[in-house]
Design a protein around this ligand. Structure first.
Ligand code: SF4
Ligand code: SF4
Length: 107
């Protein structure tokens, strides 16, 4: 076991804005709009990106005891999954805009 850094959300001050979910490159934050969020610490490599994004300043970085090797594969997988999801979403949005434009131009 060794010490590593992870994010931790003070749930009582979380307003459920989802900004942290959108900013996390590792898909390590769980929550729904208007409900308090939490960090899945087994999947958080402690990159700190979410900390400065939170409008209520309720995310802090803490130390936990965990072997880094245990989380490496999961973190790599989540990072790739998020990249693919973002790419697909952008493609879908582009196609959707093109379809909408075509409909308007044809009408
Ligand atoms: S510290 Fe990085 S990986 Fe962890 S929850 Fe925040 S943005 Fe995600
Ligand atoms: S950015 Fe902060 S307030 Fe917004 S959902 Fe995340 S932890 Fe909660």
């Amino acid at each position: 076991m060794n010490e590593r850094l992870v994010a931790n959300i003070d749930e009582k001050n979380c307003i459920g804005c989802t900004i942290c979910i959108d900013s996390c490159p590792f898909d390590a934050i769980i929550g729904a709009q208007n409900f308090s969020h939490r960090v899945n610490q087994l999947e958080c490599p402690g990159c700190k990106i979410c900390v400065s994004k939170c409008p209520t300043d309720c995310i802090e970085i803490i130390k936990i005891n965990q072997n880094k090797d245990e989380i490496k594969e999961k973190i790599k997988f989540n990072f790739q999954r998020r990249k693919i999801r973002k790419k697909n979403l952008e493609k879908f949005q582009k196609e959707n805009i093109t379809n909408q434009l075509n409909k308007i131009l044809k009408s």
